[in-house]
Design a binder for this molecule. Structure first.
Ligand code: HSE
Length: 397
């Protein structure tokens, strides 16, 4: 029998409990006959209506000092005390499973190294893409490839909001509160709408793809709060939609061009049809070419599905480190974001602006704002030419 402890009984923690109870027999089969038994649930809150009161504890020490517990499931979110708890569990020779992208993006290097040292595992499939398998595919199935590009829709809440704005003309605030009600949003919605959540996720993917730690702090990040209904309407005239995209392009010399920002995406592109809470991640490898991963990127059971899969994997490798890792980079691997070449969708303050962009495609004007799309140009040159006379959204090519 494999005894586990769940840290945090929120949306994901309660989903993990539910799946383990619901699919007990199947899970036992998948671990090769070992039953996964929940011994503790740690939460500061009381759950007086829960049918298994005996599982709840408020003391982490109970868990840490219980030699029977071999897997700790950290689904608390946030850095503190999740970091201290995870580190202590690994140091005590326990496996740790997490959905906590903030923690993986900040302390993953150290926690994976500690897991290796202790011959246990620190697994985090649920930290990116909710229920979509992406960490394991990058680390195992695509391991033969040099990864050249990873990009996609990495945040369910913002995709839900943008979808409602495009298809129903919904306003931003209404769509956000609906996403919160459905359990998609982070505790602090700023993390979703300002792109911080997607930033942590693309930094994790880029770190895995390069084998070198990509520090999320250096990922230029913009959210969706400045997208207007006019942007959506004029993108439509360009036969395109607007999505929040995280991308990482890895050059042959190892330099990484990485960013999170809203992007204008042609309706002919696969990502344009990825709607609601769905996420999609495209990976380009030198041998396999393009692979796309698609599914529910947030929500209780989809995220818990990835967590439980990691529990099963850890149960099958209790004292075998699976060597999921990246190393601290000795040199700066961040490419100059200003050197990126692409087209730009512009909302300009005056009609005169368009004349400064040779080859621009005029989309029309509304309420004192002029919309156009530039030809391909270097970002630094574009920003200099626009000179603050409007706002812009990058166009995905
Ligand atoms: N708030 C996140 C999202 C949850 O909306 O995608 C899953 O990471």
């Amino acid at each position: 029998m494999i005894k586990i402890a769940i840290l945090g009984f929120g949306v994901v923690g309660s989903g993990v409990y539910e799946i383990i109870r619901k699919n007990e027999k199947n899970i036992t089969k998948k671990t090769g006959g070992q039953q996964v038994d929940i011994k503790y649930i740690l939460d500061l809150r009381d759950f007086p209506d829960h049918e298994e009161q005996g599982l709840f504890t408020k003391s982490y020490d109970d868990i840490l000092h219980d030699p029977e517990v071999s897997i700790v499931v950290e689904v608390m979110g946030g850095l503190t005390p999740a970091y201290e708890y995870s580190k202590a569990a690994l140091a005590a020779g326990k496996n740790v499973i997490t959905s906590n992208k903030e923690l993986v993006a900040e302390h993953g290097t150290e926690l994976m190294a500690l897991a290796k040292e202790q011959n246990v595992n620190y697994l985090f499939e649920a930290s990116v893409g909710g229920g979509i398998p992406i960490i394991r595919p990058l680390n195992q199935c695509l391991a033969a490839n040099e990864i050249e590009e990873i990009y996609g829709i990495l945040n369910g809440t913002t995709n839900y909001i943008l979808t409602k704005m495009v298809t129903e003309g919904a306003d931003f605030a209404g769509a956000l509160s609906e996403a919160q009600r459905l359990g998609y949003a982070e505790r602090n919605p700023e993390a979703d709408v300002e792109g911080y959540d997607a930033c942590r996720k693309i930094a994790i993917l880029a770190s895995l793809a390069t084998g070198k730690y990509v520090n999320w702090r250096f990922v230029p990040t913009e959210g969706i709060t400045k997208i207007t209904r006019s942007d959506v309407a004029f993108a439509e005239k360009f036969d395109a939609v607007i999505k929040l995209i995280g991308f990482a392009k890895i050059a042959e010399d190892g330099m990484v061009n990485i960013r999170v920002c809203p992007m204008v995406i042609s309706k002919t592109h696969q990502l344009s049809d990825v709607n609601d809470v769905f996420n999609a991640i495209l990976v380009k490898g030198d041998s396999i070419g393009d692979v796309m991963f698609y599914g529910r990127g947030a929500g209780k059971l989809p995220t818990a599905s990835a967590v439980v899969a990691d529990i099963i994997d850890a149960a099958k490798h209790i004292h075998i480190n699976k060597f999921i890792t990246w190393k601290k980079s000795e040199k700066d691997i961040m490419a100059d974001p200003g050197a990126a070449v692409m087209r730009f969708f512009v909302r300009a303050d005056s009609e005169a602006v368009i004349k400064d962009f040779a080859g621009a495609e005029d989309l029309g004007h509304e309420g004192g704002e002029w919309f156009f799309v530039t030809d391909e140009m270097k970002e630094a040159d574009f920003v200099a030419a626009l000179d603050g006379r409007g706002s812009f959204i990058r166009v995905l090519s």
